[in-house]
Write a protein that binds this ligand. Sequence first.
Ligand code: BV8
Ligand code: ZN
Length: 260
Amino acid sequence: MQGEPFSDELTKRLARARSVVVLTGAGISAESGIATFRDAGGIWSKFRPEELANVEAFLANPDLVQGWYRERKRIASEAQPNPGHEALVTLEAEIEDFTLITQNVDNLHRRAGSRNVVELHGNIARSYCIDCNASYEEQGEQSEPDLNAAARCEDCGGLIRPDVVWFGELLPADAIEQAFQAARRASVCLSIGTSAVVYPAADVPLAARTNGAYVAEINVEPSAIAAMLNETVLGRSGKVLPCLVDAALQARQSMNQQAS
Ligand code: BV8
Ligand code: ZN
């Protein structure tokens, strides 16, 4: 398609694809107003990941870390899915074997209507007690938490933490299993809005590539794994994804008409 930032090759492969795997990172939520991690001004420009997203930091400073996640939960719940999230919902409806793997914990893919979502790093809408595992789902009418004391479990008094994967913690085994199975059988993989510096998530597009998939990334700048992929599409995902999905579905339609 003339003037599009993506190739005809990608459009055709997506149009023909039976099995597609998508990896998303914080960049797909940037246009929903949620700051990314590593961009200038990103949420980690103030704090370093090591300071907050690990168990030691949490145990040393539970109210600081709980406060950081409370703020991120508020921002995420006030944010709306953007056309990038919505384009993936449209694509999922057309591809018989579609897996959306996200590193994001903001819940926007599910709120947009995506169904087969694999949350590699958890979801801040869920919390749990570190001592007795009691779960504390997001309650809309949550009473204003006592901002000074760290939130503790009603049953046992243990500290409550967000249900996310911190550095040095293992990812949920079922999520990892599902992600790499999908990557191994995909004919097309889209890596969207991720700097691809965090592992094992960044291995998903690489596993797809090793197994013969056509792998394209959509990002405003090349990621750390760009050189190992088939294509880098430069542009904002909220703008590029709807065009790419439209082009692929149109190509699929004309293929089907020719075939019939
Ligand atoms: C593990 C918590 C086994 C949830 C996160 C050395 C020592 C110790 C460990 C390691 C090591 N080397 C590697 C490791 C493993 C470590 C790791 O990868 N470290 C990296 C940083 C070197 N990984 C782990 O620890 C993982 N666990 O491996 O367990 C183990 C056990 C013990 C020891 C070793 C291994 C756990 C990883 C999960 C960590 N938790 N967050 C939360 O609070 O969110 S990671 C954090 O980064 C977020 O979850 C985030 O999802 C993730 C990835 O970031 P991105 O999503 O890519 O966001 P980023 O800002 O970086 O990039 C945004 C991109 O979007 C940019 O490219 C930008 O250009 C683009 N963009 C911006 N706007 C747009 C856009 N694109 C398109 N459109 C736009 N509009
Ligand atoms: Zn408890």
